[in-house]
Design a protein around this ligand. Structure first.
Ligand SMILES: Nc1ncnc2c1ncn2[C@@H]1O[C@H](COP(=O)(O)OP(=O)(O)OP(=O)(O)O)[C@@H](O)[C@H]1O
Ligand SMILES: [Mg+2]
Length: 315
C-alpha cells in the first residue's frame, strides 16, 4: 500500500560532467510504498540520478532528502536505508551466491543471526535458494540477476533502487522479474527503478517520471500521462498486402496515416467508428487481418513531449 508520506525528496538537482549537463534542475518526490519509474532514453540521466541518491556520486546543486535526512549531512545513514541494484551485477564470479550475500552483508555490519535470517528469507522470497551454494559463474543470466537483487536487499532496506533491472531479458524472465518487484512492493518496500521500456513502466510503476536530456519532462500515473499527453485512441486496420489500395479508398474520408499494409485512423469516437469501418471493409470483401482500437502508449507520450522515439527498436 502506498501512503502519502514522501520518503525521497529531490529538489533542483544539478549535475555536470564537464560541459555535459547530466541533470538539469530535477525535482520529484517518491511516496512510501510505491513503485516509481524513471523512463527515458540513453543519456537521459537516470543512472546519474540513482547513483547520486545512493551516495555514489556527488552533485553540483540542489537538495536530496531521504526519510527526512539530508544526503549531504547523513550519507551513511541514508546508504543503509537503500538497497541499490545496479545494471551490471556486482557479484563475484568465483564465490558462491551465499558467500556473495555474506560479503554484501558485511558492508552493512549485519549480525550473524540477522544474516542467517535474511539469507533464508530473501533466498526464498527471490527464488535463489536452489543455487545458494553454486558459484556465480555457473549461473544463468536470469539467476545471476535474481541473486544480484537478493544481495542488494540483504540488509532489509526500506527503499530499493534498481537501474534497468530487466534490460536484455527475454519476455518470460522479464515478467518473472516484474512479479518479484511487485512482491517487494507488497512486502512494504518502496522501489525506484529506471527503464527504457515503456511497457515495463506502464505495467509495474505506480508513477512515472519521463526523463530526457537531464530533465523530468512529465511525471504522473501512467494512465494519466497517456490520457492527458498521449492523445486520443485511434483505430488500426491491417489488411492483406494486395488489398491496401482498395482499403485506402474506403478509409480515405477519415483522417489517417498509412504504412505498408497498416492504416491508422484518427477519429473523435474510435469505438463507435470501428464497427462502421469494419462493415465497409466486409461489404467490399476486403481481406482484413485486424481492425482494433489502440490506446496511446507511454511511447506516444514521449513522442508528444520530445518529438523523438524512446528507443530505436519501437520504430
Ligand atoms: N562518468 C561520466 N563522465 C562523463 N560523462 C558522463 C559520465 N557518466 C554519464 N555521463 C554523461 O551524462 C549523461 C547522462 O548519463 P547517464 O548514464 O546518467 O544516463 P542514463 O539515462 O542512465 O542512460 P542509459 O539509458 O544509457 O543508461 C550522458 O550524456 C552521459 O554521456
Ligand atoms: Mg543508465
Amino acid at each position: 500500500m502506498t501512503s502519502e508520506k514522501m520518503i525521497i525528496e529531490v529538489e533542483g538537482l544539478m549535475k555536470h560532467y564537464g560541459e555535459v549537463k547530466a541533470l538539469d534542475d530535477v525535482s520529484f518526490s517518491v511516496k512510501e510504498g510505491e513503485i516509481f519509474g524513471l523512463l527515458g532514453p540513453n543519456g537521459a540521466g537516470k543512472t546519474t540520478l540513482m547513483e547520486i541518491l545512493c551516495g555514489l556520486r556527488r552533485f553540483d546543486e540542489g537538495k536530496v532528502n531521504v526519510f527526512g535526512l539530508d544526503l549531504v549531512k547523513d550519507p551513511y545513514k541514508i546508504r543503509s536505508l537503500i538497497g541499490f541494484c545496479p545494471q551490471e551485477t556486482l557479484l563475484y564470479d568465483l564465490l558462491s551466491v551465499r558467500e556473495n550475500f555474506a560479503f554484501a552483508a558485511s558492508l552493512y555490519s549485519l549480525s550473524s543471526r540477522k544474516f542467517k535470517e535474511r539469507v533464508e528469507f530473501s533466498s526464498k522470497f527471490l527464488g535463489v535458494e536452489e543455487f545458494l551454494n553454486r558459484r556465480v559463474q555457473q549461473l544463468s543470466g536470469g539467476m545471476k540477476r535474481r541473486a544480484n537483487l537478493a544481495a542488494s536487499v540483504i540488509h532489509d532496506p526500506p527503499i530499493v533502487i534498481l537501474d534497468e533491472p530487466t534490460v536484455g531479458f527475454d519476455p518470460n524472465i522479464k515478467r518473472e522479474f516484474w512479479e518479484l518487484m511487485k512482491a517487494l512492493k507488497d512486502h512494504g518496500k518502496t522501489l525506484l527503478l529506471s527503464t527504457h521500456d515503456m511497457y515495463e513502466a506502464d505495467e509495474i510503476c505506480d508513477r512515472v517520471a519521463i526523463m530526457d536530456e537531464g530533465k523530468i519532462v512529465a511525471l504522473d500515473k501512467p494512465l494519466i500521462l497517456k490520457k492527458t499527453i498521449g492523445g486520443e485512441a485511434s483505430i488500426r486496420v491491417r489488411v492483406k498486402d494486395d488489398q491496401v489500395e482498395k482499403a485506402l479508398k474506403l478509409i480515405d474520408k477519415y483522417n489517417h496515416i498509412a504504412k505498408d499494409n497498416e492504416v491508422q485512423v484518427f477519429v473523435a469516437n474510435p469505438w463507435e467508428t470501428m464497427p462502421e469501418i469494419s462493415k465497409k471493409l466486409i461489404s467490399q470483401r476486403i481481406l482484413t487481418e485486424k481492425v482494433e482500437v489502440v490506446e496511446p502508449t507511454l511511447e506516444d507520450v514521449f513522442i508528444k513531449l520530445t518529438g523523438r522515439r524512446l528507443t530505436e527498436e519501437y520504430k
